[in-house]
Design a protein around this ligand. Structure first.
Ligand code: ADP
Ligand code: MG
Length: 194
């Protein structure tokens, strides 16, 4: 099932939107990890069809990622697809999802990953309270577009440079880093950049 390459590919098929409902869909999930398009079958690490919920995607992608992070691995999620295919929906949720009066059931991966990360950190700290274990989380958000890197936490910074350092590795110079301690801190930042 899971490969050792360190990279996992999941395909999510979104439900048809208004105007797309006519005719039969040509994409069909045929097993937990394969789809057919017309007469071709494609296999991935997993396939989530139109009935998949935000929670399902979190369990498939987000949960293992948080555990890998806590085990010391750098981890990233990369959303790829044409405009309108559901990248923003999957990574963040619908536009209203982070507002105070909406429920977290529509949350996309990003808020769910942070929520889980904080609860796991609390768990670990309680479990190892004798060892003075201390976790620190800080967030950066950036956008790359037309070869330019913009700092989304400080949009006046529009042309940041990528640098490499023997100790720090590859990093973006002058990118804002904000410390976050609770889900409230994260939501404040997410609503700022989103
Ligand atoms: P992208 O970011 O890839 O351009 P969006 O995430 O904005 O695409 O999705 C396009 C539209 O489809 C949005 O209105 C979004 O709310 C809706 N959508 C995407 N994925 C789903 C899904 N799994 N379930 C319901 N609506 C979805
Ligand atoms: Mg988008």
């Amino acid at each position: 099932m899971s490969s050792d390459s360190g990279v996992q590919v999941l395909v999510r098929v979104r439900p048809p939107s208004k105007g797309e409902e006519e005719g039969d869909p040509i994409v069909e999930k045929i097993s937990s990890n394969s789809i057919s398009i017309l007469d071709h079958t494609f296999t991935f690490d997993s396939v989530a069809d139109t009935s998949s919920t935000q929670g399902d995607i979190f369990r498939l992608v987000g949960l293992p990622l948080v555990e890998k992070c806590l085990a010391g691995f750098n981890s990233s999620i990369f959303a790829y697809g044409q405009t309108g295919s559901g990248k923003t929906y999957t990574m963040w949720g619908p536009p209203s999802a982070l507002s105070e009066d909406s429920s977290s059931s529509e949350w996309g991966l990003t808020p769910r990953v942070f929520e889980r990360l904080f609860s796991r950190i609390n768990e670990e700290q309680a479990k190892h309270s004798d060892k003075q274990l201390n976790y620190q989380c800080h967030c950066s958000f950036l956008e790359t577009s037309n070869e330019q890197i913009t700092d989304l936490l400080d949009p006046t910074q529009k042309n940041l440079q990528i640098r490499e350092d023997v100790k720090a590795g590859i990093y973006v110079d002058c990118l804002t880093e904000e410390y976050v301690y609770t889900m409230k801190d994260v939501i404040r930042l997410l609503t700022k950049v989103h």
